[in-house]
Design a protein around this ligand. Structure first.
Ligand SMILES: [Zn+2]
Ligand SMILES: [Zn+2]
Length: 143
């Protein structure tokens, strides 16, 4: 089995860091209100890793729990010194850890598979138009 590459992400001041092995299972671009407020940017990008891929979390963090359009919560961990939200967990996916893509110094993360809440993204802010994009939440798979 090939060694999974370990990537490290850290907050702006470096006090809080996380190490994850291998590629994320899911990497969406999201223009929802929380992702915009969390980043202060035009959209957020989070890399969702399985809990088993998380190698280490170091440093102090403060938790901020917020609601979402779906009614489920998301718990974000931010650095109490510099305020960067480095990672979060969604109630929907309790066994996954999402890491803010902008906090990695590795620039070889796989490209996003999907863009959601695009109706809340500034019209001039571009992203890869090849990926499926939805004006709101991702439609639930029908079985
Ligand atoms: Zn910090
Ligand atoms: Zn979002």
């Amino acid at each position: 089995m090939a060694e999974d590459k370990v990537r490290r992400a850290e907050c702006a001041c470096g006090q809080l860091s996380v190490e994850v092995a291998g590629d994320p299972e899911f990497l969406p671009i999201c223009g929802c209100r929380y992702c915009r407020k969390r980043t202060g940017s035009v959209y957020g990008a989070g890399a969702y890793f399985n809990a088993s891929q998380v190698q280490a979390i170091n440093g102090d963090s403060t938790v901020f729990r917020r609601g979402s359009d779906s009614g489920r919560y998301i718990e974000g961990n931010f650095c109490p010194t510099c305020g960067t939200t480095l990672y979060w967990r969604a109630e929907l996916w309790p066994d996954r850890l999402a890491v803010a893509v902008g906090c990695f110094e590795d620039f070889d993360l796989p490209k996003p598979q999907i863009a959601v809440y695009t109706e809340h993204i500034q019209g001039w802010a571009g992203f890869d138009g090849d990926i499926p994009s939805f004006p709101g939440a991702r439609p639930q798979p029908t079985s």
